[in-house]
Write a protein that binds this ligand. Sequence first.
Ligand code: PEP
Ligand code: MG
Length: 541
Amino acid sequence: MQTSISNTETRFSGLPISGGIAAAKVCLFNENRHSNLSVYKVTGEGVALEQNRLRQAMSLAADRLDVLVEDVAGRIGPAEAQIFEAQKAILGDAVLVKQILEDIAAAGLNAEAAITRVLDGYETRLLEVDNEYIKERASDIGEIRRRLLDVLGNMNPSLQCGDQEHCQQGQRRIVVAEELTASLTVELDARLTKGLVTERGGPTSHAAILARALGIPVVSGIKGIRSKVSCGTDLLIDGDTGEVVAWPSEATTARAKSQAKAAVRVTRAVEPVPQLTVLANISQVADADDAIAQQAEGVGLYRTEFEFLAADKILDEEEQFERYAAVVKAMDGRSVCFRLLDVGGDKGASLFELPEEENPYLGRRGCRLLLDRPELLRAQARALARASALGPVDVLYPMIVELEQFLEIKQRFCAALGELPGDRLRHGVMFEVPSACLQARELLEVADFGSIGTNDLIQYLFAVDRNNEYVAYDYTPDRPVFWSVLGQIAAAARQTGRPVSVCGEAASNPRFLPKLMELGLTTLSVSPRFISQLRLAVREG
Ligand code: PEP
Ligand code: MG
């Protein structure tokens, strides 16, 4: 990844926050508008005047929030409007107001300085709490501070390149900002914003919930993105995979557009159909809500590594258990297939302190890494065994190369459980490396189930980098060899009586549905927003 502004296609990997694909020009959010605040001392009568300025600012900020609550309630929904009600409640908190008033009097600070000092203190303390939900609430405090400073300085949230055509409302813009905040999502007239990319902001943030409700693709967690692109840079973002491409080539853009077309949004859930089982691909606890809203018949792929990337730390057994238990409970008796950590390749190198490799996709990735790092496998195995007491839990092993490797890692998984019961867990093989596909029958004889990861299978079968636009013409499921490999796995499933699903992107394209069904591959796992269109395709025959 580069550090200076260039104009050759450059890829960044972030956290998928809100699904969908967007292509537009960058509009940088003006985060620095409060960097030159006037700070002055007040004494004598000045103190009362300053306190009055504060009270007036609070009252005006509360009025603006009232307008926002009404607007959001009408435009999005009452639950979403609650987010801003909560901010208004913070503004009316008597202890907080008293503390800022006292700071003005005791330290002789002007209103701007007192607000910054008191609210920064609260924000820092919340960020220190080891609980993701509470950490996310720190962003509400940050928003209140920005609102008050905007009122006092008569400023508006603005875009750095607001005077440029592409940035103006109604044009095609992707807003790039430091932090994903609720205000940013709704107040920048999100309906006219094609997408958002931010450096910070988690999946449980209010902003993420709002973005999903509004259907705006969002990717967060790309550190330093603001200095790597500039106003007007062409950007392509995929809110389902977390991929952001700056200066995309024509081929990359064309590929994304055809994907987006295939994903014509069907917001209304479509009832399950008997001919096809449709499961959900999720990457974070919050996505379980989308799966339920779309009546997914279970979770067919939970990419657990995204929980680690979202928390920006290696989660211990307890932290993993909390997340896994929440999803199992939310799915209420429907099975959840947890893929063991699939880091390496383009994911998690710095977080997991992976040494640089020349070919990371051919290196210590997926199960290879888990075999090298027993502490990671152990914590995850134990968390999953505990979650299996709450509902059906399947464990999926990524990047399996051959039978011996599967037996070895499964044995280590079970050994790590110690006193925990593991009898309710089902163990499955991910078919994404050609050598494992050729051994499908032997693997399915010892596994409980299989899942075909077409994304990597295409990459390894045709020796074509899934992220390299120069060879994108070779990255396609439209090849007889690919279907012949799928046919062999389907035959092995029939012979062994083991269920096999398909969880790569090819499963979400209705064009491939007849071929998959013909092969007997009638369990597909896709991003929740594709569920309805697959069912409709079956119904319409
Ligand atoms: C796949 O390879 O098809 C898959 C589903 O996994 P990922 O895209 O996370 O590698
Ligand atoms: Mg894969």
